[in-house]
Ligand binder design. Structure first.
Ligand code: FEO
Length: 405
């Protein structure tokens, strides 16, 4: 066991025993430039509980951090709040090593864990509102389906006013600091926004319901301990992150218009710049994101508070460019709402690429302007004026959506 790893104390009875993944740069398609953490927590009351585990390769780090405060064999209870493998990859090995009296998950969690690990016996389902007594500390469970998966639940410890929130209120951020008040606020804001946009944006309905459920239960929060990133312990920080979630769930548009495009010989690039000028002249705030330098997950983050999405592609062999297909497929899956949209691009023989983009924007049920601007080979001055006019037309719609003229 690697005894260089130590637990970090959170409260009198709670210890952080997770793992820091400094080198992670891709989380199923999301660029994690700052790595991540897989948080797990130890509650040492009369009984000892482990809340969540870590990704498979980090098992030794988890076990070493636990062993720095208590013999892992003294763990009586393991709670799995969420079955995704970044929190359960090593769970079968941890259960085998610890031999706890109970392993709890939601009903859907038990099913998901069995579907992942197949021979994991002895799992016990806890219902919504169920509590377990650890002797001096209790855990109350809240089912929060689809925040992030159907199995997801929260565990609340009333004695410490502490919410173990699994993916909710987390971020992908590897740090030596364990608490949000030790990390610059601008880093917290940008990484939390990126996490919400790329992981939770398609789930704003369930997230709003989960926030409402916790508020209706009247629970008080002194600490929110998510499964990724720093722990929120100051009231101003808790207000900050909960407030951002309420704001992001509302998906209120702003004047920002995101122009995503790639180009073969510069024609679609010329159109993007002309559209950008038109957007600006019309009162929107253009944000051009050429795909030669913009990652799909950064585009998603920009869309979190945008008012428009414009997508440009040339046609290559009867299709949109593969880079555009990549970004658009990813964005489609995240289900952004309340966006004005438009398609544009160049072609040589037939404008199949723009038609495909237009079809996807329609399928996303966005407020699509026009039927796709298509320019053969290289735009002339009239084409560029048409692109500029598309920008101003989109800007007008965005301003109207924002409550302006
Ligand atoms: Fe961090 Fe949905 O797993």
């Amino acid at each position: 066991m690697k005894d260089v790893f130590r637990a970090h104390q959170v409260t009198d009875t709670v210890w952080w025993v997770g793992a820091i993944d400094w080198s992670l740069r891709d989380f199923h398609g999301y660029a994690t430039y700052r790595g991540t953490t897989y948080n797990a927590f130890l509650v040492i009351a009369d009984k000892v509980a482990l809340i969540d585990a870590v990704k498979g390769p980090f098992r030794e780090e988890l076990m070493a951090r636990i062993a720095s405060v208590i013999d892992p064999k003294k763990i009586n209870v393991i709670v799995s709040n969420h079955a995704e493998m970044d929190h359960t990859g090593c769970l079968p090995q941890v259960i085998a090593a610890v031999e706890p009296d109970h392993v709890y998950a939601s009903e859907a969690g038990v099913e998901a864990l069995q579907a992942h690990f197949h021979d994991l016996d002895g799992l016990e389902a806890v219902g919504d509102g169920a509590t377990i007594d650890l002797g001096g500390r209790t855990l109350r469970f809240f089912e929060t389906k689809m925040v992030h998966w159907p199995d997801s639940m929260l565990s609340y410890m009333p004695e410490e006013k502490l919410l173990f929130s699994q993916d909710a209120f987390g971020m992908h951020l590897a740090t030596g600091e364990r608490f949000a008040d030790e990390v610059p606020r601008d880093v917290l804001g940008s990484e939390a926004a990126k996490y919400f946009a790329n992981i939770l944006m398609p789930l704003i309905g369930p997230i709003s319901r989960a926030i409402g459920k916790v508020q209706e239960a009247g629970i008080e929060l002194d600490i929110i301990a998510p499964d990724h990133g720093p722990i929120w312990r100051r009231s101003e920080d808790i207000d900050f992150i909960v407030g951002r979630y309420v704001e992001w769930c509302a998906q209120n548009p702003t004047l920002k218009a995101v122009v995503v495009y790639d180009t073969m010989w510069g024609s679609t690039d010329q159109l993007a710049h002309a559209i950008g000028e038109g957007l600006k002249a019309g009162g929107a705030v253009p944000k051009l994101m050429p795909l030669k330098g913009s990652h799909r997950s950064d585009i998603a983050t920009e869309l979190l508070d945008a008012g428009a999405l414009l997508v440009g592609t040339p046609t290559l062999n009867g299709n949109m460019l593969p880079t555009v297909a990549d970004a658009l497929t990813y964005i489609h899956g995240l289900k952004p709402k309340h966006l004005v949209a438009a398609a544009f691009g160049s072609y040589g023989w037939a404008p199949a690429g723009v038609k495909q983009v237009q079809g996807t924007l329609d399928a996303m049920k966005l407020n699509v302007v026009g039927d796709g601007l298509k320019v053969r080979f290289v735009p002339d001055d009239d084409d560029l004026k048409t692109a500029y006019a598309l920008g101003t037309a989109v800007a007008e719609k965005v301003k109207a959506a924002c409550g302006g003229a």
